[in-house]
Design a protein around this ligand. Sequence first.
Ligand SMILES: C[S@@+](CC[C@H](N)C(=O)[O-])C[C@H]1O[C@@H](n2cnc3c(N)ncnc32)[C@H](O)[C@@H]1O
Length: 381
Amino acid sequence: MILPCGPLDPPLPDYGSAMTEGTDHIGASFIRFGEEIARTAPTYGTICRGVADNPEVLSLLDGVPEPQRRPVLLLAAVHFRLLGHPDEPLARHYRTINPQGSIDDPVPDFTDFCSSHADALRIIISSRTTQTNDVGRAALILPTLRPINDRTGGPLGLIDIGTSAGLNLHLDRYAYRYHDTSGGERRLSGTGPELDCLVRGAAVEQLIDATPPQIVHRIGVDPHPIDPSDPDEARWLLACLWPDQTERVGRLREALAVATANRNEVEIHTGSGVELLSDVVGRSRARGCCPVVINTWSLTYFTPSERVAYVEELDRLGTRDDLAWVYLEAPNETPELPWGEVDGNISLSVLRRVDWKGGRRTERTIGIAHPHGRWIEVTEL
Ligand SMILES: C[S@@+](CC[C@H](N)C(=O)[O-])C[C@H]1O[C@@H](n2cnc3c(N)ncnc32)[C@H](O)[C@@H]1O
């Protein structure tokens, strides 16, 4: 059994996860959520606790179906609207707009903003769902690819299921800094954000090769793909981040620029990952690539029967021809995936790889990781 790693940096809840809120307890869910995030996102922590008993603010979520009826949807809608109205008093509390932030209580400005923009906020809330794409996860997937190149002796076709804005599809284009607990460091040059990842349980050179993987074909699948070059879509992705987490916001902006500059090099297919899996694997094979299917914090959105079908389909496709599957998901939210020796109850992000070669299937747990790729505790390479 793998034990969770130490108190380096406790994983944040992934606010894109499919956890539901109680329908009649929206105020209680603001208090609970506010307490949960108070340390990592103090502005939102204060706002959530401050509006939990404000019926006017909470009513903005009236009529929103589960599981979207959550504090994060209201917070994202306000952030989205505020990014377009940076002169509003509330903006001084949001570091995405005012990098210094403000030490004043943000709650009065938040409630005033909700009141004066109520109609616009209702439209945003009724037409959008929270959406994320964290480029930091690329730092976890990247090291898994070169060994697949070496094993297959050929180029790879990357297939990202639940691709969102497609940021994972450009993972070999970003800059990286991997460093370990013995002072070892490996830097990889690239464009866009420099992604920083602490490696525990292995030396950096054991985890990550200096030679980048050879990727010649890139496909993303999502029922709601985001066009990184569309300013409105990009603004929604930014709005779904928390304004205190300026580092995440900055690297998202930079990664969106990389995805925009290279958007002609990816194929995006709109639809369900289960239904399109066979088709996209076939497309990748038709290009002479070994397909590598990846999914990062996406399968939590599938129903249990979809996850069962997804795993069975991968097995069928892998038995027919060589294939690799790399996944970063939380076992407790996706119990239908093969977790090997990992404790299926843990709520941390676990990185695993399954290979099919010549009809033979092997699987390994590469490590437990921060959900946004800030560290990995390596267990097996
Ligand atoms: C939390 S986001 C993760 C996005 C990205 N993989 C990342 O790690 O940043 C989950 C993504 O899964 C997508 N998704 C939801 N249901 C899906 C399905 N049935 N098939 C494929 N993708 C799905 C959502 O639209 C969303 O873009």
